[in-house]
Design a protein around this ligand. Structure first.
Ligand SMILES: [Cu+2]
Length: 287
């Protein structure tokens, strides 16, 4: 192959790669909606990170596939050559090697920087409700209601989750949360190890007996979400799920709490005070 035709191939590949990469990035940004979504600030952060990684991966994917197809079309063994003949030996090509090393190093280091800053900002979010803190992780100011988190104890047991609203003295089989609030989830278990996974909220956390596993989420949009157990926990593990989680308006939430308080007034005196161990007293004793 002459140096001139090599340059032609390189130029063609480069132009095709640039054009197809732009198309791929536009398609990813418009057509692909990666989970977990925007119900919570943490979920939105995770979706943005997934989007970013997909956008960065698209040109790499296009480059690899394009090169394979191009090589398959233009650098095939000529029909005249013997089936066992080999192509000309290659001894490396400095610009390609340099580009490959520099390109991958830049992508990896950039993602490392993004990862470190996202981790530190989601850690900052766990101190969101601290007194005197009125600025969100993205620099937005937050109201008193937002900085005062709702505390919910999530209790896993074979084979469902229950939710104790520590500020309201109620319990529920469904996780209902008001929008634009910080929620402090205290995750535990009464029997064996479970895993509380509400993927639309961007939360997955161990539910271990005797452990108060604290996770904070900030709700940003109303909508429904599902909760499921993500740790094999016995024969009915597969049905340890609830599709009826909801993020509602504050008014709707207040009305729901009021209704639950009304419905559960006989139950409240019987509930033990919140603790990582959760063993409600039996309502009736065996005779
Ligand atoms: Cu489970």
């Amino acid at each position: 192959m002459t140096p001139g035709s090599e340059r032609t191939h390189a130029l063609r590949l480069l132009v095709a790669w640039a054009v197809l990469s732009v198309v791929a990035v536009v398609l990813v940004l418009t057509l692909v909606h990666l989970p977990p979504g925007n119900l919570t600030r943490q979920g939105a952060d995770q979706s943005q990170t997934m989007d970013l990684m997909t956008v960065l991966a698209a040109p790499v994917f296009v480059g690899v596939v394009l090169y394979i197809l191009y090589a398959g079309i233009y650098w095939r063994r000529p029909a005249s050559a013997s089936p066992t003949s080999d192509g000309p030996p290659a001894y490396g090509y400095f610009p390609v090697q340099l580009g490959w090393v520099v390109g991958t190093a830049v992508i990896v280091l950039f993602l490392a920087a993004v990862g470190i800053s996202t981790l530190s900002s989601s850690q900052a979010a766990t101190t969101f409700g601290a007194p005197g803190r009125a600025v969100g992780t993205h620099g937005e100011t937050i109201s008193a209601a937002e900085s005062n988190p709702i505390k919910v104890q999530v209790i896993g047991q074979q084979w469902y989750f229950t939710y104790r609203y520590l500020d309201y003295g109620i319990e529920s089989n469904h996780l209902i949360l008001p929008v634009h609030r910080n929620v402090e989830l205290h995750i535990t278990s009464t029997d064996i190890t479970h895993s509380f996974w509400a993927y639309e909220l961007g939360v997955k956390a161990d539910a271990n007996p005797g452990v108060d596993n604290e996770v904070e989420v900030g709700t940003e949009q109303t909508g429904s979400f599902q909760v499921r157990c993500a740790e094999l926990c016995g024969i009915w593990h597969g049905s340890m799920q609830d599709p009826n989680g909801r993020v509602t308006s504050q008014q709707e939430f207040d009305a729901w709490v009021k209704q639950q308080q009304h419905d559960q007034q006989d139950l409240q005196p019987l509930l033990p005070s919140p603790a990582p161990y959760y063993f409600p007293k039996p309502l009736t004793k065996g005779h």
